[in-house]
Design a protein around this ligand. Structure first.
Ligand SMILES: [Ca+2]
Ligand SMILES: [Ca+2]
Length: 261
């Protein structure tokens, strides 16, 4: 009897195996991971000017639509690609794919945030935001500002949107105060996804260090508040680990207030 039963069990197992395979084919495939954003570079959009924005993150290749939070924005999806992870940096922090967008915000003058959602045929990212305009006069950083002699002149108040574009890059700025002021200087970087761990140093006219700020208020961003006599001052911004690259954008904000007498 054994000799006739064994082949029968064998056939049943084969048929069961086939039917479970067929059933597996009928099941929907596992849901795709939603796209996830690490950071956008630059962190902020000027108003009234077409701006290329590179969004870095994960699972961005499938994105075929971008939704924005306000109607008066022109948007073009330019390129989706793998993104090289900069030397010695962590793909878990800076992402491994990227999207290039061109965004034009028509309304003016505004400040605040523009919220975006990246959409794929199957799913979508959580929302993320770009800073929009500025409440102080805004300028872009001009490269070449990597030493005291090449310092970029700024006003007080001023907002500067820039980046540490390479390892060991230092950005240097210079400003003048015509009267004594309380000056507040801060960086906005890690709090908006930038890989930059900012280190901010304030110097007097002779490049003597007056104050250094590394981390503040639960972030790796920097903050200096100081009463200063009239005069000329330098400000340097660098990464605390000497890193730089496509994941290191920042916004630098300098504000002043007259000192009450
Ligand atoms: Ca720079
Ligand atoms: Ca820091």
């Amino acid at each position: 009897m054994r000799s006739t039963l064994e082949p029968t069990w064998g056939r049943l197992l084969v048929i069961f195996g086939l039917s479970s395979l067929l059933a597996a084919e009928d099941k929907p495939s596992a849901p795709k991971k939603p796209p996830k954003v690490a950071l956008a570079h630059p962190l902020a959009l000027p108003v009234g000017k077409a701006t290329k924005v590179v969004v870095r993150g994960w699972e961005l290749e499938q994105v075929n639509e971008v939704r924005v939070s306000q109607p008066d924005v022109q948007l073009k999806l330019l390129v989706k690609s793998k993104a090289a992870v900069p030397n010695k940096q962590d793909a878990k922090q800076v992402g491994d794919t990227q999207l290039e967008l061109e965004l034009t915000v028509a309304a003016e003058p505004v400040s605040g945030e523009l919220t975006l959602v990246l959409v794929t045929p199957e799913t979508e990212s959580t929302s993320f935001s770009l800073l929009l305009g500025a409440s102080e006069p805004r300028i872009d950083e001009v490269e070449g500002n990597d030493g005291f002699r090449q310092a970029q002149s700024i006003q007080v108040p001023q907002v500067v949107d820039g980046a540490l574009h390479a390892d060991q890059n230092v950005d240097v700025f210079v400003f003048e105060l015509a009267a004594p002021q309380t000056v507040v200087i801060e960086t906005i970087a890690r709090q908006r996804g930038s890989a930059l761990d900012s280190l901010l140093t304030l110097y007097d006219d002779q490049t003597n260090i007056l104050e250094i700020s590394d981390d503040q208020r639960g972030t790796t961003d920097s903050y200096i508040e100081r009463q200063l006599p009239a005069g000329r001052y330098f400000l340097s911004l660098q990464d605390a680990h000497d890193r730089g690259g496509p994941a290191h954008p920042y916004r630098l904000v300098v504000r002043g207030a007259a000192i009450a007498r």
